[in-house]
Design a protein around this ligand. Sequence first.
Ligand SMILES: [Zn+2]
Length: 63
Amino acid sequence: MRTYRSPFERLRAKFDESDPECPACGYSDENTNWRVTTTGDRVTYQFVCPTCEAVETREMRLA
Ligand SMILES: [Zn+2]
């Protein structure tokens, strides 16, 4: 039995499964997760690199 998931939920699940990687130094850790904040119609994924403090931000809009 399958549970219906909206396109957004699928996208979010895909995002949650992917590990963030630092664009500056390449740091990546499978134990590192995106910090997710939701504001109105958009969801922001943010990752702060623990080694060089570079900030990676991805934004998704809820259509
Ligand atoms: Zn880094």
